[in-house]
Design a protein around this ligand. Structure first.
Ligand SMILES: [Zn+2]
Length: 103
């Protein structure tokens, strides 16, 4: 029988997108998210009795800097067509990989 043990409880606060309308690109948007998450964290610590700490958590998605697709590499050492670790999304990523491998 499986038993679920819940542990390490924490509060995660989601912030609405309208706070970040000034962001012009993904990097800028992410920096604004982090800045505003720090503001929310500071406000929680200042206003919530008994709060001794609040942490900022985020999800991480790996994408290709060239095409924006999900970052996926060949993980099969027996693959004859794709080198181990070679990105599989676009030609630019493959060229970059080949350049780095030739060093
Ligand atoms: Zn790509």
């Amino acid at each position: 029988m499986k038993i679920n043990i819940n542990d390490n409880y924490r509060v995660v606060v989601y912030v609405d997108d309208p706070l970040f309308l000034g962001a012009k690109d993904q990097d800028g948007k992410n920096l604004m998210y982090l800045r505003d998450a720090n503001k929310v964290r500071s406000n929680i610590l200042r206003h919530v009795d008994g709060a001794t700490d609040a942490t900022i958590e985020c999800d991480t998605t790996e994408i290709c800097s060239h095409c924006g697709n999900a970052w996926e590499v060949n993980e099969d050492p027996n693959d004859k067509e794709w080198e181990l670790g070679m990105p599989m999304c676009c030609e630019d990523a493959i060229k970059e990989f080949e350049l780095a491998s030739s060093d």
